[in-house]
Ligand binder design. Sequence first.
Ligand SMILES: Nc1ncnc2c1ncn2[C@@H]1O[C@H](COP(=O)(O)OP(=O)(O)OP(=O)(O)O)[C@@H](O)[C@H]1O
Length: 257
Amino acid sequence: MHVEGLRVRRGGSEAIAGLDFDIPPGRVVGLLGPSGCGKTTLLRAIMGVQLVTAGTVTVLGRPAGAPELRHRIGYAAQTPSVYADLSVAENLRYFAAVLRAPRSDPERVITEVSLADQAHQEVGRLSGGQRTRVSLAIALLGSPELLVLDEPTVGLDPVLRQELWSLFTDLARRGVTLLVSSHVMDEAGRCDLLLLMRQGRLLATDSPDHLRRRTGVDDLEQVFLRLIEREGTGETTTAGMASAQPDCRHDSHENGE
Ligand SMILES: Nc1ncnc2c1ncn2[C@@H]1O[C@H](COP(=O)(O)OP(=O)(O)OP(=O)(O)O)[C@@H](O)[C@H]1O
């Protein structure tokens, strides 16, 4: 994925104020930053559903929003788009048919998001965290090459969060690229690469380990604060827009971008 000179205006102000970065395939990439910093807007631009003021977004070698990308990208928005009056399995079967995903996919993805026990429950009667997982399961249908997930772990207990992050790492090992937004810093440490955003700009694009080394602090929340301080003193330019470093690679990368 390649983003260059991206600018977006929303509600009369600049939600994205000039972004440039690359995401190599087969990584778990965390998009982190405070509420309102532009994470959802960036994800929408990557999905091709956001009007942009300037810049280009290239996804899997095609312009964002190109029709042929529909079957190659899985997207779970922050607000789950699922049918409340259908069961989990019925929702999955419906979306699998729309996406022409393999017939065995609903069962597979229900297990992957740990919803097997709720498969026959109406979605409207599930908890918020369970509904989010239905949305995530839909994004996994058809085994997409890129998964774009907007805050998929909100409302989940630590055990489920851990399970989902293991699933993300597993998928990346199989060559899937994951872009996952979160404002929970303890999740940042699980990513191969972090995009740290603030007020529509990137503070840094780097692996958690490099960021720790660069700032001299271990806790990623403190790393973020350090980078903000440095930005105030004009030091962040070196904190840079580098792509993923060699030591944050997974073993296999089947998908070229
Ligand atoms: N529908 C909208 N109309 C106008 N402005 C919007 C709209 N949605 C978001 N914005 C503005 O765009 C900016 C970026 O919002 P965005 O939703 O991308 O942030 P975010 O980082 O995803 O926040 P959160 O973590 O709270 O979801 C904010 O200033 C917000 O007020």
